[in-house]
Design a protein around this ligand. Structure first.
Ligand SMILES: [Zn+2]
Length: 434
C-alpha cells in the first residue's frame, strides 16, 4: 500500500509539496535548508505550473502530499552497465583494484557475448528506471573485440529505452592503446556510428601528453565529447588530472570533457592540489565523484583498517567553480560488490562520505540538474513549468527523514503517471552464471 495515491486525472495538483530549490527552474519562495513549499499543477503529462503552496485552484482534482518531498527524476552520469551483475560468477576475492581489473578481464574474455551483455544491461536499466532515473551514461569496456559487441547492444538499448531512460555511452580503454592505429581508428568509427563518446583511462606514461593530444585531436575531428577515468588510486605520485586539463587548453578543445574519480588529488599537498584545481576550473572540466566505489576499492589492504575515504576534493573543486556530481559507478561486479543504480543511495552515502551536509541546500543538484547539464541535457532532471512531469515523491518531508531511510516506498511519476516500481528478480540472472 502506497503512502499516497496519485490522481488519475489528466489535469491535477500535487498540493503542499516540498521541493529542492536547486532543482527547480523559475520559482522563487523562501527556502529552509534549500527546500521550498509549492503546489505543482500537472496537465497532459507535463508540469503546467509551479505555484506557491495553497495557491492552486481549489476546484482542481488533486492530492495533498502533506509536505512530502517531490524531486525531479535522476541523472546517473557514470555507470558500467556492461559489467553489472557479474559478481556471482566472478567475485573479486581481494576486493582491491588489481583484483577487480583481473577478474573483469577474465570475465569479459570468457563471457561477454551480445546476449550476455544485453541481458545484464537490461536488468540494470530496469533497476535504474524503477528507482527514478531518467538519464544515464555508461562506460563500455572497449578493448577489441568487445567494442564492436557492446556498442551494438548499447544502440539497441538506447532505442528500446528511449522515453524511459535516456542512455549515453563512452568507450573505456587504457590510453596506451591509442597509439595502435588500426585499433583506435576502428574504435572511433564504432563510437561515431553509435553516437557515443570517447573515453579512456589515463596513467603516468612518459608520453601521456602526446597520447592526450591524439585523444583531443580525434575528438575534435569527429565532434565527440570525452569522459575519462582519472587517477583512481591513492598513490600520490599519480596526477594525470592536471595533464588532462592542460591538454584541453593546449588543444583548444571546445567539446565537453568529464573526468571521473580523481582520487589521488586528495592525497596531494594543499598547494599542489590547489594548482591542479585552478587548471581544472580554467579548462572547464566537469568532475564526477563515485563515492561508494572509491570507498570500497581505495586504501584497501588485507588485515588493515582503511585510513582514507577515497574520494576526490569535491568541495574544493566545487568552490573553484567546477561542475561536480556524484554517481553510482559499478554495481555488483568486481569493482564494487554492491549497488543497484539507486541515486538516492548514492546521494545518501555521498552525504556521509563527502560531508555534503550542514548545509544540505545544494545536495539535490549533484544527482539531478548538474549531471543532466554535464550530459548536455538541460531539459531533463529538473522541475520546470512546461517540462515533463517526471517526478519522484518521497514519504519524507525534511532532510533527516529523507536521509535516514532507503526511501524504498518512493513513488516515481513519469509523464504525470505513477510507474510500476517492481525491481527485477535476481533469479532471472541465474542462467548467465551457469
Ligand atoms: Zn567507472
Amino acid at each position: 500500500m502506497s503512502f499516497l495515491s496519485l490522481p488519475q486525472d489528466d489535469r491535477f495538483v500535487l498540493r503542499a509539496a516540498t521541493l529542492p530549490a536547486v532543482a527547480i527552474v523559475g520559482f522563487d519562495a523562501p527556502a529552509t535548508e534549500g527546500l521550498v513549499k509549492a503546489d505543482l499543477v500537472i496537465s497532459g503529462g507535463k508540469i503546467e505550473a509551479i505555484l506557491p503552496a495553497g495557491q492552486a485552484e481549489a476546484s482542481l482534482p488533486g492530492v495533498d502530499v502533506r509536505d512530502s518531498m517531490v524531486w525531479p527524476t535522476f541523472a546517473d552520469m557514470h555507470t558500467h552497465i556492461d559489467k553489472g551483475h557479474i559478481w556471482d560468477r566472478r567475485p573479486n576475492v581481494s576486493g582491491d583494484f588489481e583484483g577487480a581489473l583481473n577478474a573483469v578481464r577474465t570475465d569479459r574474455e570468457a563471457k561477454w557475448s551480445a546476449a550476455d551483455v544485453r541481458a545484464r544491461m537490461d536488468f540494470s536499466l530496469r533497476c535504474a528506471y524503477a528507482h527514478g532515473t531518467s538519464l544515464l551514461r555508461t562506460h563500455l569496456d572497449s578493448l577489441a573485440p568487445q567494442h564492436r559487441i557492446s556498442f551494438e547492444v548499447f544502440s539497441e538499448m538506447r532505442d528500446a529505452w528511449k522515453g524511459k531512460v535516456e542512455i549515453q555511452a563512452a568507450a573505456l580503454f587504457p590510453l596506451d592503446a591509442i597509439t595502435d592505429e588500426a585499433y583506435f581508428s576502428d574504435l572511433v568509427s564504432v563510437i561515431v556510428e553509435h553516437k557515443g563518446l570517447l573515453g579512456g583511462l589515463t596513467q603516468m606514461w612518459p608520453d601521456l601528453d602526446a597520447r592526450l593530444d591524439i585523444l583531443f585531436r580525434t575528438a575534435a575531428e569527429n565532434g565527440l565529447d570525452i569522459d575519462l577515468h582519472v587517477d583512481e588510486t591513492q598513490a600520490r605520485e599519480v596526477l594525470t588530472l592536471r595533464a588532462i586539463a592542460e591538454a584541453k587548453i593546449r588543444n583548444r578543445f571546445d567539446g565537453g570533457v568529464t573526468v571521473g574519480h580523481c582520487c589521488s588529488l586528495a592525497r596531494q599537498e594543499d598547494d599542489v592540489a590547489k594548482a591542479t584545481i585552478d587548471v581544472v576550473a580554467k579548462a572547464g572540466l566537469s568532475v564526477v565523484s563515485l563515492p561508494m566505489c572509491n570507498m570500497y576499492l581505495q586504501d584497501r589492504v588485507a588485515g588493515r583498517t582503511p585510513r582514507y575515504r577515497g574520494v576526490t576534493l569535491f568541495k574544493e573543486l566545487a568552490a573553484a567553480g567546477v561542475a561536480t556530481a556524484v554517481s553510482s559507478d559499478n554495481t555488483r561486479d568486481p569493482f564494487y560488490a554492491y549497488g543497484d543504480l539507486d541515486p538516492v543511495e548514492v546521494l545518501r552515502e555521498a552525504v556521509r562520505i563527502i560531508h555534503l551536509d550542514h548545509p544540505l541546500d545544494e545536495a539535490p543538484c549533484f544527482v539531478t540538474s548538474t549531471p543532466a547539464d554535464i550530459l548536455g541535457r538541460p531539459d531533463l532532471c529538473r522541475i520546470a513549468a512546461g517540462g515533463s512531469a517526471d517526478l519522484v515523491i518521497f514519504n519524507a518531508r525534511r532532510w533527516s527523514e529523507f536521509l535516514s531511510r532507503p526511501q524504498a516506498d518512493r513513488i516515481v511519476m513519469r509523464n504525470g503517471k505513477g510507474i510500476d516500481r517492481s525491481l527485477p528478480d535476481y533469479r532471472e540472472l541465474d542462467p548467465l552464471y551457469a
